[in-house]
Write a new protein. Sequence first.
Length: 202
Amino acid sequence: MKGLFATALAVLLLAGCAGNQTPASSPTLDEVFATRRSIRAYEAGKTISEAEVRELLTATQNAPSWANQQPSKYYVAIGAEKREAVLELIGGNKERVINAPVFIVSTFERGKSGFFRGTPTDATGDFWGAYDNGLSNAYLILKARAMGFDTLIMGMRDADALRALFAIPENETVLAVIALGYRAQDPSTPVHRPLDEIAKFF
Ligand SMILES: Cc1cc2nc3c(=O)[nH]c(=O)nc-3n(C[C@H](O)[C@H](O)[C@H](O)COP(=O)(O)O)c2cc1C
């Protein structure tokens, strides 16, 4: 009887503890800004699932784009074969991201953002597409940090070889490759220019 009482009490206590557990809370936007850094060393042996990458890319769809043209496209190297192939197409970045489990190639479709019925609406032309892709990628790297991942945007890459590897259509411009993984280094915050050097108030 005494044993039964002790067991019941233990079960109740455990249930109580479980009920009091606070769920892991999401970081605030400021925390994401403060901890997001370009990471150049990743933990080996850790994986990121396709479902997690899908969640990340779904977040990028909230990014604004010129007349909602949504020109950004993503090619995800998550399987070993494509991952290893991408590692050979990023020059000196290879050693920095060798342990990152996922690489995401970002492109944008030309002739969409900045265009109306095939004609550029101003001198900016396809730069609006690049602008939109940058915005979308900003969402990507910030969402990644909020999910506990780390990233490195890589402009040093062989765009032609990536086009061939992923059968990227000719009407898309290949921009960055983004490494996605878990940090294996404590990065320092780079020096930022004084605000009054980059912003003028009138
Ligand atoms: C368009 C672009 C291209 C970049 N290319 C590379 C690259 O090829 N290799 C690299 O190590 N870092 C690259 N970076 C990362 C920058 O060096 C980094 O963002 C910058 O030094 C600021 O550091 P932070 O991201 O930690 O704030 C790139 C960043 C951007 C936005």
